[in-house]
Design a protein. Sequence first.
Length: 435
Amino acid sequence: MAPIAITPPLNIEPTVSELTAQGIQHALSKSAPSHQKSHNGLVAKVAQLDASLLTTALTTSPRSVPDMGSAEMASQKVCTDHMIQAQWSEERGWEAPSLQPYGPLSLMPTSSCLHYATQCFEGMKLYRGHDGKLRLFRPQLNCKRMLMSTTRIALPGFQPEELLKLIVKLCATDGPKWLPKDRPGAFLYIRPAMIGTDFALGVQRPREALLFVMLTCFAPMDDIPGGVKLLASQDDMCRAWPGGFGYAKVGANYGPSLVAQGEAREKGFHQILWLFGDDCVITEAGASNFFVVWRAKEDGRLQVVTADLNEKIVLDGVTRRSTLELLRTRLSSTSATAIRDGLEPVEVVERKFTMLEIEEAHREGRLVEAFAAGTAWFIAPVGHIQFRGRDLQIDIGADGLGGQYTARVKTWLKNIMLGEGDGIGNEWGVVVDES
């Protein structure tokens, strides 16, 4: 089989961030070709994940593509025709991956993932651009972050560029049908995942694992009338903590939060704004990163503030990272974009900040706007926060689409993802070759 090409070539080095670089470097070293003794004493080579070995078996029962705006599209249950699978074992390493019809997995009831949460995943999107091209958005960051997540829960390492090649192959196979050119602006949700499949019931590092990738139909989630409504978590709730695993995309981060999320929705809120500790430190909004735009108490400077990564409580989100980089390059005091568009420059701040500070800024008229940033919600303006029974209303702009900074960041990112406006040719938008 010919090598799977990515257009344009990507430079994937283990430098995602100061937070994750050490873990990624460790995982990369673990995933390098290794040798170990077999039961007969001979030295055997353990194989790496290798996308060039991909085998392909196309479906003979193609699925129907849901209509845009349909209940079927919004159900988040409809997947495309094919998926990627790759098996790993401690003895052999990675077997040849396969592209095969989408369908059920076969697991033993004692599989590690069903008992000990040895599973992780990523979330990303495939877009149909307004120029007719299929694009991924900074996919190398997702692949490197998944390596970090597998390392955190004792699942096998792999070379991130090999995972990316497999994702691109699946997108090139199903993208043209499921994102036709007459649906510009539409997207599919990409879910790479890895689970421990070792069926020894003892509590131990899994000796077998399965990597799989699928594409799912999703409806947009960022267009919420009135903005997102958040309920600040109570003192008896905690999503993540220092020394834990809040920085990794593992299932154990999400299941325990669903009770609180359900209670919030019963009260008319969209999600929980997760706080930590007695001083109510801001962490995440649901499963998204949280930003505020306010004027600093000391000197009135306009700031965009989000939680830092130092204590490994919050996720190093790709949308978060991209938002920070765009703001720093386009809205600094010397930025040509800020000067051209007549926008007041902003200072970008990553630090620990609290709900008490937000409440104070709101009371003093210094809170300008707020938004959540993530793959699913994209950039969603926050219009309401309830904290200890008190309601904070936040400006979301005259058109309800967000304040000027929220809307500007959203436009910049959307242009890159869809290949239009000032996003044309941006290297963050990786074109998938459909040929």
